[in-house]
Design a protein around this ligand. Sequence first.
Ligand code: ZN
Length: 180
Amino acid sequence: MITHAELTEARERAAGYIRDAGLTISDSESTLIEVADFGLGRLRQEGAQILTLVQTDRFAVKIIVLFPRQTLPEHWHPPVGDDPGKEEVVRVLSGTMLVYIAGDDTMRAGFVPPGKESVYTLRHEIVMTPGGQHTFLPGDKHWFQGGKEGAVVFSFSSVVRDALDGFSDPAIRRKTEIGE
Ligand code: ZN
C-alpha cells in the first residue's frame, strides 16, 4: 500500500524524469502514470513508475521510470491459452538500468534488495545505458534496477496481462492499493 502523497510525489517525479529524457507528455498523461509498489509498501526500494502509451489486445508501448536504486521485482510472463506469453523489448532512453537474466553470476553494479536473496534468483547482470536494448522471450525471468541516476526506458511488448505475471516473491500483489 502507498499513500496518496507517495502516489502524487512519485508521479510528479517520474514525469520529470520522462521530460528530462526528452520525451513530451501532457499534464493529463502525467496523471495516468501508474505507481506500482507490488503490494510491498516500500516503493523507493522495490517499485516502478509506468506510463502506458498504447495498449491494445495485441501489443503495448510503455515508459518505465526507475528511480535511483529502485528495483522492479523478479518476474516472468507466463503463457495464456494459445498465447506463449508476453514478449518484451526494453530500450533505455536515459540513465542506467541494470537488467538481470538467467546465467552465471556477473553482478557488480547492482545489488539484491537486502533480505530478499531467496526471491531474486537471477544474478547475471547487463548494464544498459541509453540506446541499449534487450529482448525477453516469453517465460524468461528478469528483474531490473535503476542505476545511481535512475532510468527511463521504453517497453515494447505483445499483449500485456499484468495480473497474470509470475513473481518470485510470494508477498507480491501486482495491483497497487492506495491508502490515506
Ligand atoms: Zn517483464
